[in-house]
Ligand binder design. Structure first.
Ligand SMILES: Cc1ncc(COP(=O)(O)O)c(C=O)c1O
Ligand SMILES: N[C@@H](CCCC[NH3+])C(=O)O
Length: 443
């Protein structure tokens, strides 16, 4: 397994992250366990901020897309590092506000925001809404007017770009549930309409073409298209002051993945903006909103190996105490992961096995065909690169409690999300009166 961030193999031959021995962590906190390398998360944020700062021709701001991994502690880190925060639901918003994250640095995404969500966000004083469609635009102006407020908005545009990634995580193609369609003129119409509305203030445009992208071309093509729309808006008398080009920067899950360096992609974005926005009286501010690229490589999940089963001549299955409930990505996107035995990290790989989860589902396989030392019951398996869209997409399928999340940093390990208990799992269940077990009394 590739060792990201502060991960290394220590003298005991154990995997260590953030100065903490993962075998000890598994003993202390139990498994499955999400281990987040705080120093690496901060370092990734800083690399985006630094790369943006170096593009001195215009203001460049970085937001963290909190859908990738959002907890109270994570919001504290985002605030400390000075980023903005992208939320996509009231739950993500409330998490940020409860963590004391400044509302004016938050903006609200999503293709179906409810009236209640909009109301709460305006009342909290968030910075911007990224408006996805005409119904929302109308609702937003109504709610803003009823509260006597003006909502600052960006319009989410679907630029008609097919990024080279899994079709489930492409978002910028024309046939998409997200955003105003560019080609048919919907996006311009939305800008025109919003300029006439009282409760909203049109400030800019947004596009996000997909996730886990490895080439700069998809971004530069999208910016070119967005620039033509911005030019049309400027000619019509409503120039944009913000262009948000989304997230989607790929990371290295396995050796097949060749991510772009942060500096490279930011520079490509900056150069394209400079070239494409020559028409503009004022360069718009450029925003990026990475999620995966900030937290993905900083997460590792620890599991305990349970059963090992051999299908003669075919395959050896090694089952761990988690699976698709804590990492849905292999089942959903055929995502590939790497792993090692955290307790025997220096031993040579002697067999090829497949790692199965414990859910009642044949597709619950975390890794197919991985070379490991001979695996035994009780071994600690560490799966790398699980920081993004793992905890945030976890479920209670098969009524499994969700794992704990810890931050490790300079030899310290702190719980940031407690492990769910079985009591938590049944806490919201109710038995209707007619189904309650009758206690037959003898009398
Ligand atoms: C609108 C928007 N912005 C940002 C992101 C973050 O994407 P990533 O985690 O790939 O950077 C997403 C998710 O794909 C998204 O839908
Ligand atoms: N959840 C996806 C990315 C979704 C992006 C959100 N628009 C993943 O795990 O890769």
């Amino acid at each position: 397994m590739y060792l990201h961030g502060t991960s290394r193999i220590n003298r005991q031959g154990h995997l260590e992250i953030g100065g903490c021995d993962t075998v000890e962590l598994a003993k202390r906190f139990g498994t499955p366990l999400y281990v987040m390398d705080e120093e690496m998360i901060r370092e990734r944020m800083r690399s985006f901020v630094k790369a943006c700062r170096e593009q001195t021709d215009f203001a460049f701001r970085v937001a963290y897309a909190s859908k990738a991994f959002n907890t109270l502690a994570m919001c504290r880190v985002v605030e400390e590092e000075g980023l903005m925060l992208d939320v996509v639901s009231e739950g993500e918003l409330v998490t940020a506000l409860a963590a004391g994250f400044p509302a004016e640095r938050i903006y609200f995404h999503g293709n179906n925001k409810s009236k209640g969500e909009i109301k709460r966000a305006i009342s909290a004083g968030i910075g911007w809404f990224v408006v996805d469609n005409f119904v929302e635009l109308e609702l937003l102006q109504q709610v803003a007017n009823s509260l006597g407020q003006v909502a600052r908005i960006l319009l989410r545009v679907s630029p008609g770009i097919e990024a080279h990634t899994h079709s489930y995580i492409q978002t910028g193609q024309e046939d998409s549930k997200f955003g105003f369609d560019l080609a048919s003129g919907q996006a311009f119409e939305a800008a025109r309409l919003s300029k006439k509305m009282k409760g909203v203030q049109f400030e800019g445009l947004h596009c996000h073409i997909g996730s886990q992208i490895f080439e700069t071309e998809a971004f530069t093509l999208a910016i070119g298209k967005m620039a033509r729309l911005a030019e049309q808006c400027e000619q019509a008398g409503y120039p944009i002051s913000i262009l948000n080009v989304g997230g989607g920067f790929g990371i290295r899950y396995s050796a097949d993945d060749k991510p772009l360096a942060v500096e490279e992609v930011i520079q490509a974005i900056a150069e394209t903006v400079k070239r494409e926005f020559r028409f503009a009286a004022h360069q718009p501010e450029i925003w990026v909103e990475p999620g995966r690229a900030v937290v993905g490589e900083a997460g590792t999940t620890l599991y305990t190996v349970g059963t090992v089963k051999k299908v003669p001549g075919i395959r050896k299955y090694v089952a761990v105490d988690g699976g698709m409930t804590d990492n849905l990505r292999p089942a959903l996107y055929q995502a590939k992961y790497e792993a090692l035995l955290a307790n025997r990290a220096t031993e040579t790989e002697t067999e090829v096995v497949s790692i199965a989860g414990k859910c009642c589902e044949s597709g619950d396989m975390l890794i197919w065909d991985i070379a490991l030392p001979k695996v035994k019951q009780g071994d600690i398996l560490a799966v790398g690169c699980t920081g993004a869209y793992n905890y945030s997409m976890a479920s209670n399928y098969n009524r499994l409690p969700r794992p704990a999340v810890i931050f490790v940093n300079k030899g310290e390990a702190d719980i940031v999300v407690e492990r769910e208990t079985l009591e938590d799992v049944i806490a919201h269940d109710r038995i209707p009166m007619r189904l309650q077990k009758q206690m037959v009394s003898e009398a």
